[in-house]
Write a protein that binds this ligand. Structure first.
Ligand code: GLN
Length: 449
């Protein structure tokens, strides 16, 4: 019943949070299956909980468009491992969430299905690229959702919409069935309104999957990490993230640090000098990977076939018509950075910077148990403000991409509001843990909640 009601809310969604709503039959079939398993006395931690998944996650029989015209007619023949695991825990998928085309962007404005608006202020973006997953939770359509995070796409929209957004350690969650953007960075992550819900969903989706060779063997127990003391926790604030923030973001960070002190944590500051190169390195690593991953969309192997006189012309036309401007830009940058004359100067150099950033984080974790930054230097920006200025859009990722390059787990927690033009806009604070210590973030966020 909850799922049927959520499906109806989804049909009436006023934020364009969803690209598609599952048929009543598909929702009903899932609900029947949950009822049957409950009848068989199975323990289902998420029994009957309605959820939406980002439209780059496959679910058998549903359209998976990645917000692109290229995949307008694609129907998934299989289900992503994380989605199957969510269903195995009892959750019911009611819709596919809107996103920037192929998960490239920071605002959910580049989708072929039109932009998603921020439930707190429809003149503003919900963040991106999992803006649909975030708006669906913040707007009350569903209590939890799945997004994907390559350079901040779960954390930043969570921050912009006042919900929790978790980016696990790289490899914690299987990427099988997630449409690839930049394979060495992509991770699936949950969005929710409480740390308990986050923990339930993380327990459901984490763990090794033989279908993803990069998935990690053991998974921590997330629910067991709830309700623990954080007395004595050493919290490090990253100095490079203290400059350039709006007053409301600064105040939110201060409040969070005060709350941590009250809970018995000690707070210090630490510099990670290589982070100043994180945005540049991220875009020189993610675009080459994307240019290679997106080679399959030629209208032959994948994507909508285009009529033309010969095969090359057909592929060219399929790509010219199927991809939007941001995707094309990235294919061009990525191909350039990988090309023989420029590989050493760009891609290979960026890989070295990536190593230095990871080393910087490791050094910091010798001194601190968690690190803290704002999730973004500012709250949700206006629609249209950055979409025609790629460099400004890329700069919006300054607080999140370093973590992604180092493969670390990070969580954006709601940290209050900043009033802009008379409207209260949510502000997020990012908690970062050492690799494989994902559950520590649940403990800290739960203590703060
Ligand atoms: N904004 C970043 C990008 O455009 C992050 C995207 C993501 O995490 N999917 O690449």
């Amino acid at each position: 019943q909850a799922a049927a009601a959520a499906r109806q809310r989804a049909e009436a969604d006023s934020h364009n949070a969803l690209i598609s709503v599952l048929s009543a039959e598909m929702v009903d079939a899932q609900a029947q299956e949950v009822a049957r398993r409950l009848g068989a006395r199975e323990h289902l931690p998420l029994a009957g909980v309605p959820t939406v998944i980002k439209d780059n996650l496959n679910l058998t029989g549903t359209a998976t468009t990645c917000g692109s015209r290229m995949l307008a007619n694609y129907v998934s023949p299989y289900t992503a491992t994380a989605v199957a695991r969510l269903q195995r825990a009892g959750a019911i998928v009611v819709g596919k969430a809107n996103m920037d085309e192929f998960a490239m962007g920071s605002s959910t404005e580049t989708s072929a299905s039109g932009p998603t608006t921020n439930p707190w202020d429809p003149s503003r973006v919900p963040g991106g690229t999992s803006g649909g997953s975030a708006a669906a939770v913040a707007g009350g359509l569903v209590p939890l959702s799945l997004g994907s995070d390559t350079g901040g796409s779960v954390r930043q929209p969570a921050g912009f919409t006042g919900v929790y957004g978790f980016k696990p350690t790289y490899g914690r969650v299987s990427r099988y069935g997630l449409v690839a953007h930049a394979s060495s960075l992509d991770q699936i992550g949950p969005l929710a309104t409480s740390t308990r819900d986050l923990a339930l969903i993380l327990d459901a989706i984490s763990g090794h999957d033989p279908l993803d060779a990069t998935s990690l063997e053991a998974a921590p127990a997330f629910v067991a990490a709830l309700g623990q003391e954080i007395r004595g926790l050493r919290v490090g604030v990253i100095r490079e993230a203290l400059a350039g923030n709006t007053p409301g973001v600064e105040a939110a960070l201060e409040r969070t640090l005060d709350a941590l002190r009250q809970l018995g944590a000690s707070v210090g500051e630490i510099s990670l000098p290589t982070l100043q190169h994180a945005v540049a390195a991220y875009y020189l690593i993610s675009t080459p990977e994307a240019s290679s991953n997106l080679a399959r969309y030629d209208g032959m192997v994948y994507g909508t076939r285009a009529e033309a006189s010969d095969v090359n012309a057909s592929m060219g036309r399929a790509r010219a018509e199927g991809f939007g401007p941001e995707v094309k830009r990235r294919i061009l940058i990525g191909t350039y950075a990988l090309s023989s004359g420029y590989y050493d100067a760009y891609y290979s150099k960026a890989m070295k910077v990536r190593r230095l950033i990871a080393d910087d984080f490791n050094r910091a974790f010798g001194q601190f148990d968690i690190l803290v930054t704002p999730t973004s230097p500012f709250p949700a920006f206006r629609r249209g403000e950055k979409v025609s200025d790629p460099v400004a859009m890329y700069a919006a990722d300054v607080d999140t991409v370093g973590v992604s390059l180092a493969g670390l787990p990070a969580l954006s927690v709601p940290a209050g509001f900043e009033t802009v033009d008379g409207r209260a806009l949510p502000v997020g604070v990012q908690l970062i843990a050492p690799a494989l210590n994902d559950e520590r973030l649940i403990t800290v966020a739960d203590a703060l909640e």
